[in-house]
Design a protein around this ligand. Structure first.
Ligand SMILES: [Fe+2]
Ligand SMILES: [Fe+2]
Length: 327
């Protein structure tokens, strides 16, 4: 195989363009962020606007909103270091199984550096907001999420942990979640939160291009059995990456003083399966197109697996026509 990736170098210019090289340290300037300012876009934390929650004391609601932002930032910090950088290191160390040139391996270390910085400023923002608001974060345990994510690969690709980890990172880094665009665009959201997410989104655009190119090389080098197994586990990886973190929401609602029964009601009504499926399909559309372009959906059982995961319902007409041909 030719040394893949150098033909398209999305990390070129990194020393001038990367956030870690030139973005300022974002600081909480308000002594106590007040009314009229949201910690996170309201439509992205629907449990906080549920009538049972709105009936709580205003301070309890405010704590819940702050903890939603904390949870997002803590999850981001863990995901960057534990999932994205685990895979980036495989590429950088030339242990991915894909022959990439030295420059592309160095690019993987640029991503590693970016993600380390994203993790740092995510946790730093939690610390700043805890101090400014005097609302402490709840402990966030990432291990159950990581165990569920890894289980998908262990079941579909036994003995191929590195391949499974590379697929995880391709999926996550090519998703275009509504969060990265919605947060900076919401004028109600605290300025420091909008700036932080906007900084992150700029770097992620380059990562998206890198991992799209990487996946094409990875896929081209897989044998028939690996392709079939990989194709069947990709939809589950997409869903695991995008499903709402109900465990964290449940803990925050209980801490706000709701009974367990009321917490169940709030979550069921705030995150109905239909709405969650639609959002996941929308956030995953670029990833699914990449897979389609590489022939993933032509693998035995793949189209059914993607359809069962609700990932072919949001596709454009031309893609739906193409998929008819695959069936
Ligand atoms: Fe990142
Ligand atoms: Fe990234």
């Amino acid at each position: 195989m030719a040394e893949g990736l150098p033909a398209f170098r999305p990390l070129d210019g990194w020393y001038d363009r990367a956030g870690v090289r030139h973005d300022p340290h974002r600081r909480v300037t308000e002594p106590d962020p007040g009314p009229g300012q949201d910690f996170f876009p309201r439509h992205l934390m629907p449990h906080t606007t549920h009538p049972l929650v709105q009936a709580l004391a205003p301070q309890r609601v405010r704590e819940l909103e702050a903890r939603h932002l904390y949870q997002y930032l803590s999850f981001t910090a863990h995901f960057e270091t534990r999932v994205v950088n685990r895979a980036a290191l495989h590429i950088a160390e030339d242990g991915s199984g894909v022959r990439v040139g030295t420059a592309a391996r160095a690019d993987a270390l640029k991503i590693y550096t970016d993600e380390g910085y994203h993790a740092l400023y995510s946790l730093d923002l939690v610390a700043q907001l805890e101090a400014a608001t005097r609302i402490p974060a709840l402990r966030h345990d990432f291990r159950p999420f990581l165990a569920r994510l890894d289980l998908v690969g262990e079941q579909a690709l036994p003995g191929r942990a590195v391949l499974a980890q590379l697929l995880q990172v391709v999926v996550f880094e090519t998703l275009v979640t509504s969060i990265l665009s919605a947060v900076p665009a919401d004028p109600q959201v605290l300025g420091v939160v909008r700036e932080t997410v906007a900084d992150h989104a700029r770097d992620e655009g380059r990562h998206h291009a890198y991992f799209s190119a990487f996946f094409r090389e990875l896929w081209a080098g897989l044998g028939p059995a690996e392709r079939a197994a990989a194709a069947r586990c990709l939809p589950a990886l997409v869903r695991r990456s995008l499903e709402p973190e109900l465990t964290a929401h449940r803990a925050a609602l209980l801490a706000a003083g709701l009974t367990a029964a009321r917490v169940r009601t709030v979550l069921a009504e705030s995150y109905p399966a239909e709405g969650t499926d639609a959002r996941i399909a929308a956030d995953a559309r670029h990833t699914v197109r990449l897979f389609r372009d590489c022939g993933v959906l032509e693998q035995p059982g793949a189209l059914d697996a993607f359809a069962s995961a609700g990932l072919v319902g949001d596709l454009t007409d031309d893609l739906a026509d193409d998929l008819e041909g695959v069936r």
